[in-house]
Ligand binder design. Structure first.
Ligand code: SF4
Length: 453
């Protein structure tokens, strides 16, 4: 919240004179007290000196914009990838991912041709993995429908998976120079404060942004709004004394910056406990399972885990997960107890967008019999059939011990184009040196860090 000093108009310009006149009275009621939302919006847009705001924002952008890799070459593909990466991710976090991505998938065609495993691997740690799936699918559609050239038409852009109003507007304005609005979270905050609107809807914000975006340098203007929201007009403690549009800002004049836009009531985040099984084969390989493509963290690899049921111990949930991952065969194999005792490794907490999960990790060292059972199941599921396996779940004598090797690293990285039988593996035995080659979420990397050296 700003003090009395911050509420004082910063400059006298034709644009802010109406505010000055109003504030000269004995009391200055907030607009929410005196007018309905439509009256307020008309009043605001009628009095706002849009040309002055545009000039101030473009000057600010020219002088104070951050040097970001995608800004050096606003090629449509680079703009698209950067915009998708920066959704729900801090720019500083996205930069190294962007550089690695461009080295690995420098063109739309390169992305379209890449196996989804490689795409997820490049994305691993950024979160919201649906974005990576959508980028991959959209790249294939761009190749099919547009000959590998990203369209500039916002309507055509919006027909691509994962491209909504914001991303289409950003690509169209930054890469193609079209005067399209682009309203992300930062722009929503700036516009809400500029117009002192407590809870503007998406259509209203889009209209306000469309009224402001200029025909000249629309991409720079949109980025200036985003930049202002990211670096000056921040959610908490906006730096109004350094803001280039402070003299036009109605929230600043009213002292309502902290309430614009009105904070949403915070919801309690559901919490789960997951028993996680780190299964160690006699030769030192670890078992990873692959999540289904559709759903949270779709297509990523992880250590087997099960949600801890009410009244259950985390170790029991981890054992359930281990048995499920290895297959029922493990329970019927004669010989020493195949799973062995569980060694607790500790717990890590990871907060997803709508859920917080505590992973309780346990190490299960497989006996020789358990390792054999694992190999049988790999073949029985059809996911790891290879040399030494007859494809029906029976180990051949000659291949004893070799089936597990067939599904390590190499097998797991094969995609639908390269996997025998036309489907990706859903389990893999992985040596610790091979682990970095697998797409693990940030949560699973935390679990991995619990393993002793
Ligand atoms: S930084 Fe302050 S003056 Fe500038 S737009 Fe935000 S609230 Fe208004």
């Amino acid at each position: 919240m700003q003090g009395a000093r911050a509420r004082r108009p910063a400059a006298s310009t034709p644009a802010d004179r109406p505010f000055h006149r109003r504030r000269a009275g004995a009391s200055f009621p907030r607009r929410s007290d005196i007018a309905g939302p439509e009256q307020v919006r008309d009043d605001v847009t009628d009095t706002l000196d849009r040309d002055a705001v545009r000039r101030a924002l473009l000057d600010f952008y020219d002088a104070r914009r951050r040097d970001l890799p995608w800004r050096r070459d606003p090629d449509p593909y680079r703009v698209w990838v950067s915009e998708v990466m920066c959704q729900q991710t801090r720019v500083e976090t996205a930069v190294p991912y962007f550089k690695r991505w461009m080295a690995r998938f420098p063109t739309v065609d390169a992305l379209a041709e890449a196996p989804i495993d490689d795409v997820l691997h490049a994305w691993a740690g950024l979160g919201y993995y649906r974005r990576a799936h959508n980028l991959h699918r959209a790249a294939r559609l761009v190749r099919e429908r547009h000959g590998g050239r990203i369209p500039g038409d916002p309507e055509a852009l919006r027909r691509l998976p994962g491209v909504g109003d914001y991303t289409a507007g950003a690509i169209a304005s930054i890469a193609f120079g079209l005067p399209e609005p682009a309203v992300d979270g930062n722009v929503r905050r700036v516009l809400s404060r500029l117009h002192d609107l407590p809870d503007p809807g998406a259509a209203e914000l889009r209209r306000l942004a469309a009224e402001l975006v200029p025909a000249e340098r629309p991409g720079d203007f949109n980025q200036a709004l985003m930049e202002l929201g990211a670096t000056v007009c921040t959610p908490r403690s906006p730096r109004c004394d350094r803001c280039p549009i402070a003299s036009y800002c109605r929230a600043r004049a009213a002292g309502t910056q902290a309430e614009r836009p009105r904070p949403k009531p915070s919801k309690a985040i559901p919490e789960d406990d997951v028993g996680t099984a780190i299964i160690l084969a006699p030769d030192g390989a670890l078992l990873l399972v692959r999540r289904p493509e559709d759903g949270l963290l779709g297509g990523l690899w992880e250590f087997p885990g099960e949600v801890v049921a009410a009244g259950e111990m985390p170790e029991d949930a981890a054992r359930r997960a281990a048995v499920r991952a290895l297959g029922k065969a493990v329970a019927s194999v004669p010989g020493p107890a195949p799973l062995g005792p569980a060694t607790p490794l500790g717990a890590v907490v990871h907060t997803f967008s709508h859920r917080r999960i505590t992973y309780h990790a346990f190490l299960f060292a497989l006996g020789e019999a358990g390792a054999g059972a694992t190999e049988v199941r790999q073949g029985a599921d059809g996911g790891g059939a290879g040399a030494g396996d007859d494809g029906a779940g029976n180990r051949s004598g000659a291949g004893g011990g070799s089936v597990a090797n067939e599904v390590r690293g190499r097998g797991a990285r094969l995609d639908d184009a390269g996997t025998p039988g036309g489907r990706a593996h859903d389990r893999a035995w992985v040596g610790t040196t091979e682990l970095p080659g697998f797409a693990l979420s940030a949560a699973q990397r935390k679990v991995l860090a619990l393993l002793p050296d």
